[in-house]
Design a protein around this ligand. Structure first.
Ligand code: GLA
Length: 390
């Protein structure tokens, strides 16, 4: 049964009415890591794993969010003070509702039932998929028309302010703007984007290490602070900069003495990663997959040695990938400290690649890795329930 049918049936069983069903995908990032909160460039693609949200109206001004996968449910009185986080999964949904109300949108009472299929802890943005599916459901059910970049911003703010993770805008933006068979190159400052076709001859192969180190959240916020500190220090010599996005490689070298060794390394990753994203778009448009793969490899080394967000399991997965025939490039993807790698692999080699890498990884670590062979998917939408289709 598809996610859509599962969620619609569960909703009917629970509330006795036919719901509207919304879905929002997870994502994988091809290149441009930790650049989003530095006003830089990223190149993610949506993937065919979704969070499904079934929604129906309530008579009172209350929002009730539940899921059959988790015991806790979330509630919010829409006419009273904004709620406090409950530190459970429902914060992703309730946070979005709170942020919408805070932004002046008046929501209608609703029951939401959530069913998530994006693997959790794999660095594939299961959290953004809940936020985006919720945001779309709440906006539509309340008859509000909110443009998608604005919705992405609201979801990001929910995660920053309600959940306490200071993420950038990449995950929410791609979940709303993904296009089948395309990657999206986003300028995270202007929110202008370009869709770049992914050739049919390749597959995006995602290898989940199966580990998520507990330091992920804290270290993520720390990296963001380090980047902000680097900007403050460099601004003494470069008063016009607002973010590491504004610093060139030459300027960074010239003013290196203003930074500690750690801050220099962090800044160097961001400055070079932004260059790599821009060069990768050119390579992809020119059909030069080998070049694209080289940028992916450089990105991994930079994340490992300069930004220091990789881990032994990710490095091993990349090493195993690099030994396989048909692979153009391999790197860690997402925030790091576990989660998954992204591999650009020739379509004909993809199945053998997946099997061999998983086997090699299991041999070295004892962990059975999940491997997904994907192509980019479409972004979030309202889906027709069988009843709507007649
Ligand atoms: C997480 C965050 C994103 C981004 C990536 C790293 O996925 O949610 O905003 O910063 O890490 O590129």
């Amino acid at each position: 049964m598809t996610g859509q049918k599962i969620i619609a049936e569960r909703f009917r069983a629970k509330f006795g009415v036919n719901p509207h069903v919304y879905r929002a995908p997870g994502r994988v990032n091809l290149i441009g890591e930790h650049t989003d909160y530095n006003d830089g460039f990223v190149m993610p693609a949506a993937i065919g794993f979704y969070c499904w949200v079934a929604a129906g109206p309530r008579q009172d001004r209350k929002l009730v969010v539940s899921s059959e996968e988790f015991p806790e449910h979330g509630e919010m009185e829409l006419s009273s003070r904004l709620p406090q986080p409950s530190h459970t999964w429902s914060d992703y949904s309730v946070g979005v509702a709170a942020q919408l109300e805070k932004a002046g949108f008046r929501l209608s009472g609703a029951n939401l039932l959530v069913h998530g299929e994006v693997p959790i802890g794999a660095g594939l943005s299961s959290s953004a998929s809940i936020e985006v599916a919720t945001a779309l459901a709440l906006a539509e059910e309340s008859g509000l028309s909110i443009d998608r970049p604005h919705l992405a911003r609201i979801c990001q703010q929910a995660e920053n302010e309600f959940v306490g993770m200071r993420c950038g805008i990449m995950d929410q933006f791609i979940s709303l703007h993904g296009r089948a068979n395309h990657a999206l190159m986003l300028d995270c400052r202007s929110l202008k984007f370009e869709l770049v076709p992914i050739p049919e001859s390749v597959r995006l192969v995602i290898c989940n290490t199966g580990v998520k180190h507990t330091l992920a959240g804290g270290e993520y916020n720390r990296r963001r602070e380090e980047c902000e500190e680097a900007v403050r220090s460099l601004a003494k010599a470069l008063p016009n900069i607002r973010a590491l996005r504004d610093v060139s490689r030459e300027q960074l070298e010239e003013h290196r003495r203003l930074l500690s060794e750690v801050l220099y390394k962090r800044a160097k990753h961001i400055v070079t990663e932004n260059e790599r994203v821009l060069n990768s778009v050119k390579a992809l448009r020119a059909g030069d997959l080998h070049r694209f793969g080289e940028y992916m490899a450089e990105s991994h080394v930079s994340l490992r040695d300069l930004f220091e967000v990789s881990c032994a399991e990710l490095d091993l997965m990349v090493e195993l990938a690099n030994r396989q025939p048909g692979v153009y490039g391999a790197r860690m993807t997402g925030g790091g400290f576990g989660g998954a790698t992204i591999n650009l692999v020739d379509a004909e080699h993809a199945t053998a690649f997946a099997e061999t890498v998983a086997k090699g990884y299991q041999k070295e670590t004892g962990i059975a890795a999940a491997v997904y062979i994907c192509m980019p998917a479409d972004g979030a939408s309202l889906v027709e329930t069988p009843e709507m289709a007649g």
